[in-house]
Structures are given as C-alpha cells and as structure tokens.
Design a protein around this ligand. Structure first.
Ligand SMILES: NC(=O)c1ccc[n+]([C@@H]2O[C@H](COP(=O)([O-])OP(=O)(O)OC[C@H]3O[C@@H](n4cnc5c(N)ncnc54)[C@H](OP(=O)(O)O)[C@@H]3O)[C@@H](O)[C@H]2O)c1
Length: 506
C-alpha cells in the first residue's frame, strides 16, 4: 500500500512517501479500513516530533482520524463487516491506504455524511461540544469568547456556541479566519495580532466581562483573556497550540469567582462512553438538519500530507484540512473559500439599490461577491393562505389558526417551506437588475435547506451572492448560480438556504 511514514522523529520535511509498504493485518479485535480520507489534526504535527502524549514505535504513519470502508475484520469483531462505511479514531496510521483500528474506535457513517466530512468531525465537534455542554454548561444569552477561533476545534466552538444560543466573540490572527468565524455565527471578531484583546473585550462586553472562554492556544493570550472573564465565568483549557503552557495567577480565579476547567475529550470518551455517544447523536442530528457543517478549507492528496502539516503549523489553514487517499469523487487540492454572506450575521446592511448587470462579463466580475441584503418582508397569514390555495396544499399547520393556538409551540401557524423558497426570485429582483435580456429561464434549485420554521407574522429578508457564472454549453448564454440565505428576524438560524441556477441570454 501507499503510505506516509515517520521513520525518524523530526519535522514534516523528513516524512517519507512509501509506495510499496506492507498492508496491515487486523488483530482479533481490529478492523482494517481502506482509507478514503484522513482529517489533519494538531497532534499529527506533535506525534512526528515525539512531543505527543502517545508515542508509537518507529516507523509509523501519522493520521489520527479516518473515514473509509472496512476491508477485513478480526475474529472477535461482531458489529462491523467488510463493506461497511465507517469513521474511526485511529490515533495514528491514517496517512495510508489502509489502517488497522480497534473496532471499538470505529463507528458506522451516519446516513448522508460524506467521507471528507466524516474524517473531520469526531475530534473537532466532539471536543467543542463536550467543552461547551458538559464542562461550561453554556447557556443561551451568555457570551462566549473563542481563542484560535479560525482553527479546527476553534471554528466548531464558534458554530456550536451560536447554535446553543450564546453571543460569540471570535479571536484569531487573520481577516480570512475571522470572516470564516462570522460565517459560522460570530457576532464580534477580534484580530489579536493587530488589536488589543483586553480593550476590545471591554468594548464588547463592558464591565460585565465574558461568561465562557474557550482556549485551544494557551501562550500569552490565556492570561489576557482570563483577566476579562465575568463573575462566575468558566475558562476552558483546551490546548496549547501557541507552543507554551501558561501559568495563570490564581488570584484571578479568586477575584472573579470563576472556574478554570480542563477539557480532555479523549479521556471523557474513554471514561464516559454513554455520555460521549449521546453527544454524537445530538451532533449528527444537527448535521443532518443542516445546522452544523464542517468548514473544509483544503483537501490534500496523500503525497502532499507533509506539506499539509507544514501549512497547519504555519497557521495557514482555516477550519479543517483533509488528506484524501486514492482517486475517488471530487478533485483533490481544492481550496474552498469561506461560505458566502451568512444569514446569521447580526445586522446585515440593507443594500442601497439593485446592482446593474448588462452582460456576461458584468456577472463574471462579481463571482464570489455578495449582492447585499433585501428589505424585510412580512409573511402574513393571508399570504400563507394564498399560498395554500394556490398550491392546493392545505395542511392544518399552515392554515388552521385556531388549532395552532393550542398545538404549536409558539401558538402560531407556520409558513410552508416552499413559500420561503418561492420568495427567492422576488428578493433577487431587489438585489440585481439585468439589462437588455432576450431570454431567462430557471434550471431550478440546489442544496436547499430549511433550518428554521417561519411562524405567521414574522419577517424575512434575503442576502445573496454569486457563486458561479459560467458559459452555457452552447457558448451563447450564461449559467448563473446564486447563493441565497433567507434570514428570519430575531433568529440565529436562517429560514431557508439554497442555490438558484438560472440561464441568461442577451
Ligand atoms: N483537550 C482536548 O480534548 C483537545 C481536543 C482537540 C484538540 N486539542 C488541542 O487544541 C489545540 C488546537 O487544535 P486544532 O486541531 O484546532 O489545531 P489547528 O486547526 O491547527 O488550530 C490551532 C489554532 O491555534 C492558533 N495558533 C496560535 N499560535 C499557533 C502556533 N504557534 N502554531 C499553530 N497554531 C497556532 C492558530 O490560529 P491563529 O493563527 O488565528 O492564532 C490556529 O488556527 C491543539 O493544542 C490541540 O492539541 C485539545
């Protein structure tokens, strides 16, 4: 098999790409996984330098979190079979075409989850959810400061904090990372390499301070952050990516009445497997509903894995990087920019007026750019009734106001999801104006999600951006993909997110 090997402890440059390594043989309690993807994690850089808590004998492959297909099982393994798609915590060995893992550390792939995502969720979301839920018991309305917020665990803490109802302040070292944090729901961002962390936190939280601090970086930032913690705040010690383990003055804990809490997800998973499983059931449900989605910054081919480690250590990555093993599905080496205009941003500015487009080039020049935000539109009960009448879809949940008063959680009917979807062309008209068109037709919609129901009487507005503007196969027209996010007033989650595909001919 092909694999990346650490043959002597040192930096990633010294790793060796081997094309004819022997395949692993499963022990009685092991499975062998044909690896499709391996998530890159901070420990991969530490383990090859012999600085990690686990020290496998040389030679070994790094790579602690994999997704793939079971190809062999040991005689004691009963719950997995060859052909099963799984995700697993390998510890090391994942930068290879095959890895042997104790079957207890492997889980069937949740329905609908792809291999790239599956190779990157256990370590990041598992840690952040355990930290925020089990350790800090984060509550809606509290403020959460995430340091190293653009990193693998940091970005999931931002996303989960927002989902759990907190006001999230994200701190990181670059605008690219901070933009990704805003897209995941951070309401405030701080660049701690150019701004004074304490002063900015004071500006944002006043005398109150921050309720919960999530710290995966350590170094000099920890004490600065702790000095800005609220009365009875919780400081989560997650990691020391900045390199040194800080010593905190304990008088701060006394003065603030706060708790400094260790977070060790690996040990939690070993000691409390039922609680860990429960956390993952909740996380996977949120993923299936589209409330959480891993930010995959870059996909590297197996032979590029040493470069991936170097990029991580140089702080160039946003969210997660994945090592893709073998030639399947999507192209390798795709850089994915942060997602477009978040619907969860606190106060998107209404656009001044529609942007004007006269030809293909006008659209192509705006690819990747936002088109602003529409005005608010109230979804009245009358509008919902008309939609029901027009579509012959009279479900009581949409039209029976009296029954909704007793049976719906907030006593109101809710608009049909397709009503929000059908408002997209109307919102688009507010954002863009196309001149001189001969013909325009809609192909349809792609990647539609309805993260939040729309109660009657609530207000919606839409942010849009141009994802792609490509020549039609006939070379005459333009195929346009809009990313649309419909915001529901007062809610962190959007009412509807979709891509609209349209063809234009001049
Ligand atoms: N306790 C647990 O259970 C647990 C679980 C998972 C991970 N961890 C730990 O959490 C930390 C982060 O892991 P991760 O996978 O999120 O790593 P990552 O993706 O590389 O992110 C780390 C972040 O730390 C910041 N950073 C500051 N100084 C750095 C330096 N000298 N070198 C590299 N990064 C630096 C970077 O953000 P800026 O450039 O914005 O500063 C980077 O985005 C690691 O220490 C890891 O061991 C702990």
């Amino acid at each position: 098999m092909k694999a990346i090997f650490c043959t002597q402890f040192g930096t990633a440059d010294a790793l060796v790409y081997e094309q004819n390594a022997p395949d692993p043989i499963p022990g009685p309690s092991d499975i062998v996984i044909d690896v499709k993807a391996c998530g890159l994690g901070f420990p991969d850089g530490l383990i090859i330098e012999n600085k990690y808590q686990f020290k496998p004998p040389l030679p070994f492959s790094p790579g602690g979190e994999v997704a793939g297909v079971v190809s062999a099982v040991g005689e004691k393994v009963k719950h997995l079979r060859p052909g099963d798609a799984v995700m697993a915590l390998s510890g090391w060995g994942g930068f290879a075409e095959k890895v042997a893992v104790n079957a207890k550390r492997a889980f069937p792939l949740p329905p609908g989850m792809d291999f790239l995502t599956a190779a990157s969720v256990l370590y990041t979301y598992g840690t952040s959810y355990h930290a925020l839920k089990d350790r800090a018991t984060l509550k809606p309305g509290e403020t959460l400061l995430v340091l190293g917020a653009g990193g693998g665990v940091g970005l999931t803490a931002v996303e989960l904090g927002k989902l759990m109802g907190a006001k999230v302040i994200a701190a990181a070292s670059s605008e690219e990372k901070l933009a990704a944090c805003r897209a995941k729901g951070a309401s405030h961002t701080i660049n701690y390499t150019t701004e004074n962390l304490r002063e900015r936190l004071k500006e944002i939280t006043g005398e109150q301070g921050v309720d919960v601090i999530y710290d995966p970086i350590g170094g000099d930032w920890s004490e600065q952050a702790l000095r800005s913690i609220a009365w009875k705040g919780r400081f989560l010690v997650v990691g020391f990516a900045a390199g040194h383990i800080p010593k905190l003055p304990l008088n701060l804990a006394l003065l603030k009445g706060c708790s400094v809490m260790g977070v060790f997800w690996g040990s939690f998973a070993e000691r409390e497997p039922q609680n860990n499983l429960q956390n993952f059931l909740e996380l996977f449900q949120w993923m299936q509903k589209g409330y959480l989605s891993q930010h995959i910054h870059r996909v590297y081919a197996l032979e590029q894995a040493p470069q991936a480690i170097l990029d991580m250590q140089a702080r160039k990555l946003v969210g997660k990087a994945i090592i893709k093993v073998g030639d399947w599905g999507q192209e390798v080496n795709q850089t994915q920019p942060p997602q477009p205009a978040p619907a969860v941003e606190e106060k998107p500015k209404p656009s001044a007026g529609p942007a004007v487009f006269r030809n293909k080039a006008d659209f192509q020049a705006r690819v990747g750019q936002g088109l602003g935000t529409s005005q608010w539109l109230t979804v009245s009960q009358e509008m919902i009734n008309q939609f029901a009448a027009g579509t012959l879809d009279h479900q009581w949940i949409h039209v029976d106001v009296a029954r909704a008063k007793n049976e719906m959680p907030d006593g109101k009917t809710i608009a049909h999801g397709f009503l929000s979807l059908s408002l997209i062309p109307r919102f688009i008209q507010e954002l863009i104006q196309v001149e001189g068109l001969k013909l325009m037709f809609n192909y349809g919609t792609n990647k539609i999600r309805f993260p939040k129901a729309v109660p009657a009487g609530s207000r919606l507005r839409m942010s849009g951006s141009i994802l792609a503007a490509e020549d039609m196969p006939d070379g005459l027209g333009l195929s346009l993909t809009f990313a649309c996010a419909i915001e529901l007033e007062g809610e962190g989650k959007p009412a509807c997110v979709a891509e609209m595909i349209t063809a234009l001919y001049w």
